[in-house]
Design a protein around this ligand. Structure first.
Ligand code: G3I
Length: 406
């Protein structure tokens, strides 16, 4: 009984805590310098299977019984990714290369990192959004390029981490809101200039997926986020303040299709995606985009807790998304817990489910290398703990056998 009450309390807590606007942590400051011996520049090894954005269906799907590398363990099923920050490269490079063959910059490709207010205003035509990569962004892109690790780009259209000036006349904070027509041009230039800069400065970087739109929907169904500035009222969206309809989503995917490299799959990404009403909102938009030939996949962020959701609720959403015929990627997996054994089981369930459906799931990304650097480090949500210690969750995942998939 006590356990059940605790579970319910956790579920409610998780449901609300999952809203990104509750984040107060700075991962930039959370470095772990205890493994300084691992800071030497890593080399790409022969075993690094980095070129598997499309899994070769002719190869036999097989989970090696013994492996000490996550990416190798699941290499015949999907890419195994992590998000990283620039400081994570200093502390964790060797560890990253051992376990992961996909990288998502945790913050460094988000609008507030790459949109440049001064340059956009100076450009002077009110529509040519200027994109600049700072040193942190460059460090991650270079690391991926040098080490031949495919990148998941994250993200263009998002209510959060997007400055208000982007939506205002002359790219100025004191400007009036622009019209949808002006915003369309800005959005197109934002996406165009980002992909052009990526191609120019990182010609050998492989960008295999991009979250074109992120977290569009309310948690309980009911469609898009309410109009407003997220910087003033958390959870609101400037996109829906400018646009009366879903054309910003259609246009974002249209521009991304036009400017992204051909091998880059375009994703609609969201969280609390297993809440049934939200599953429906995401699915319906994905199908609309699919009918237009503009989307390749649905991203399930998967910020979970051992108390909620259970694996069958998660599976229901996954199956709905797979029924779209689109690729599905698990894009930000972490599982908060107060019991490491329950966490281990939950991680094993998700990896087993993903491997069992790998014909529809091309990558699984955990949101962080180890607990110390997680945005939810207060509840130890990752596979590795302090000093990269192998947690029970990691061991359970690494113990998955082929027979578990049936
Ligand atoms: O860059 C500034 C730095 O200049 C400043 O000194 C410092 C002071 O706190 O803040 C730094 O920005 C922080 C940023 O991370 C970079 O470290 C922000 O405060 C902090 O809020 C931000 O948190 C990120 C969060 O998104 C913000 O939305 C987390 O690291 C990141 O893990 C998280 O990632 C999101 C995904 O993009 C989308 N899905 C949900 C997920 C978790 O919220």
């Amino acid at each position: 009984m006590k356990k059940r009450i605790l579970s319910c309390v956790m579920a409610v807590f998780v449901y609300f805590s999952l809203m990104p606007f509750t984040v107060t942590e700075s991962t930039e400051n959370k470095t772990d310098n205890k493994i300084s011996s691992q800071t030497k520049k890593p080399q790409v090894t022969d075993t690094q299977n980095n070129d598997s954005s499309v899994i070769d269906s002719s190869s036999e799907l097989n989970i090696p019984e013994f492996s000490d590398s996550l990416k190798d363990k699941f290499s015949s099923f999907f890419k195994t990714g992590t998000c990283i920050s620039a400081s994570g490269i200093d502390t964790s490079a060797e560890f990253i290369l051992k376990h992961f063959n996909s990288i998502t910059p945790e913050n460094e490709l988000k609008p507030d990192y790459i949109l440049n207010q001064q340059a956009s205003e100076l450009y002077g035509n009110n529509v040519n959004t200027q994109v600049v990569f700072n040193n942190n962004t460059r460090k991650i892109l270079k690391f991926c390029e040098d080490n031949n690790i495919p990148l998941r780009g994250h993200t263009f259209v998002w209510h959060s981490q997007t400055p208000d000036w982007f939506f205002k006349e002359n790219f100025r904070y004191d400007g009036a809101d622009v019209t949808p027509d002006i915003m369309n041009q800005r959005l197109e230039n934002f996406i165009k200039n980002t992909f052009e800069l990526l191609a120019k400065d990182y010609p050998n970087l492989k960008i295999y997926a991009y979250d074109v739109c992120n977290e569009l929907y309310e948690n309980n169904g009911g469609g898009f986020r309410k109009p407003g500035s997220n910087n003033l009222e958390m959870g609101k969206s400037y996109w829906t303040k400018i646009y009366p309809d879903d054309s910003f989503v259609i246009n974002a995917f249209t521009y991304a299709r036009k400017y992204a490299p051909p091998e880059c799959k375009l994703f609609l990404n969201d969280f609390n995606e297993y809440v049934p009403a939200k599953t429906k909102d995401i699915y319906d938009m994905a199908m609309k985009l699919k009918d237009l030939g503009l989307i390749d996949g649905i991203g399930m962020q998967s910020h979970l807790d051992t108390g909620y959701p259970d694996i069958s609720t998660y599976k229901t959403a996954l199956e709905k998304f797979m029924s779209s015929g689109l690729d599905v990627q698990i894009t930000e997996l972490d599982i908060t817990c107060s019991d490491f054994s329950l966490q281990a089981k939950a991680f094993k369930d998700i990896f087993t489910l993903a491997a069992g459906n790998s014909e529809n799931i091309s990558s699984l990304t955990v949101w962080g290398t180890h607990d110390t650097v997680s945005w939810r480090n207060y509840a130890n949500p990752l596979l590795f703990g302090e000093n990269y210690s192998e947690k029970e969750a990691y061991k359970e995942v690494m113990s998955i056998k082929n027979t578990d998939l049936k």
